[in-house]
Design a binder for this molecule. Structure first.
Ligand code: KG4
Ligand code: ZN
Length: 340
């Protein structure tokens, strides 16, 4: 079974083809991603109108390349999936319309995918991972703890009451004059910084409900940065390292609360899984490995290339749905908001 997946919810124009062989082995046959970072960098964040136009310009080429690198013709796929939200609606419409057109022309099933479900199921593409598992989903727009019980069966245990983790990284980077996207910039600076120089708060730590709050931490960083300005390179590195250390502690503490919530709900997770753009952060991965070891569970994280937005995660979620007979019709619409 081979599925084409298209992703255009934010600032990546992406298309991929994934397959499941008769042996049950999952494979990525192609994975084309065109990042729009350069187009948005001057604005310090994603500009929706620029993103939508850039998707229109790139989508045909990216889809053609996904077929070329897989060595396949459109008639050889078994289904077409596209992220139908949540995200910037102008961009979502580009991917969704393209996918519907390909499905119509090839007379193959069409599958509308929730972008968050794409992140949630990615680890099953690269690892032999059984349901249920506890997922920490951390991206630029979302921060959630989910008990993933099956395809389409997600129990949300906790979420952020203000900023998403990636958003906090992006705002701190902007505040410190570091380039967009902020996550990789802050992680790079933090490598040469002292994580103990500033003692930042760990919001929500110790609370039983596995929710998150990051705006207080962000404000604490801003207040210190303003107090010690003008900032030297050393100051910036120390601020980044101290901020990142606080984020790691918060994510570990909140995920520990998520494990407790699973137990209380009678759910026995097979693994602890992290996904989303922020899952690329090595210190966060290390913190979660420590927690998983403490809980006696394996920690599973997708390879770096599959943490940020990509087409393979949408193709894979499409394949998981298609093999259960969960397909959509052409009335599926782009949804700017779409809780999992
Ligand atoms: O999943 P993603 O590509 O897009 C969304 O669905 O939001 O996540 C992008 C987010 C951005 O906020 C970016 O700054 C963050 O992931 N990010 C990181 C790292 N790499 C990307 N945050 C922390 N550390 C990183 N290494
Ligand atoms: Zn994402």
């Amino acid at each position: 079974m081979r599925v084409l997946g298209i992703e255009t919810t934010c600032d990546e124009t992406a298309a991929a083809i994934v397959s499941v062989e008769r042996s049950g082995e999952a494979k990525i046959l192609s994975n084309e991603v065109l990042s729009q970072i350069a187009a948005h960098a001057a604005y310090g964040g994603v500009v929706p109108e620029i993103a939508a136009r850039a998707h229109v310009e790139a989508i045909d080429r990216i889809v053609a390349r996904a077929f070329e690198s897989a060595g396949m013709k459109p008639s050889e796929i078994d289904g077409v999936a596209a992220a139908a939200g949540p995200g910037l609606v102008g961009g979502v419409m580009v991917g969704l319309t393209t996918a519907k057109a390909i499905a119509l022309v090839t007379a193959k099933p069409f599958i509308a995918i929730n972008h968050l479900e794409g992140h949630a199921l990615t680890a099953r593409l690269t690892d032999d991972l059984a349901f249920p598992y506890l997922l920490l989903l951390v991206s630029g727009g979302h921060t959630q703890l989910l008990a993933v019980r099956g395809v389409g069966d997600y129990l949300r245990l906790g979420t952020t009451i203000d900023d998403a983790v990636g958003e906090a990284f992006d705002k701190i980077a902007k505040m410190l004059g570091l380039p967009y996207p902020g996550g990789p910039s802050v992680e790079r600076e933090a490598r040469s910084g002292d994580p103990e120089r500033f003692e930042f708060p760990r919001p929500m730590s110790g609370r039983p409900n596995p929710d998150f709050s990051l705006s207080g931490l962000k404000t604490a960083v801003r207040l210190v940065a303003e107090r010690i300005a003008p900032l030297s390179d050393r100051d910036v590195a120390d601020l980044c390292a101290s901020f990142q250390a606080a984020v790691v502690d918060v994510l570990v503490d909140r995920t520990r609360a998520g494990l407790r919530a699973c137990r209380e709900a009678g759910i026995k997770p097979s693994s602890l899984v992290v996904a989303g753009g922020v899952a690329a952060n090595q210190q966060i991965r290390n913190g979660l490995v420590r927690l998983a070891t403490e809980a006696g569970l394996p920690m599973v994280a997708p390879p770096m290339a599959l943490c940020g937005d990509n087409g393979a995660m949408i193709a894979w979620a499409g394949l998981e749905r298609l093999r259960l007979g969960l397909v959509d019709d052409m009335s599926a619409v782009a949804r700017p908001r779409w809780p999992l």
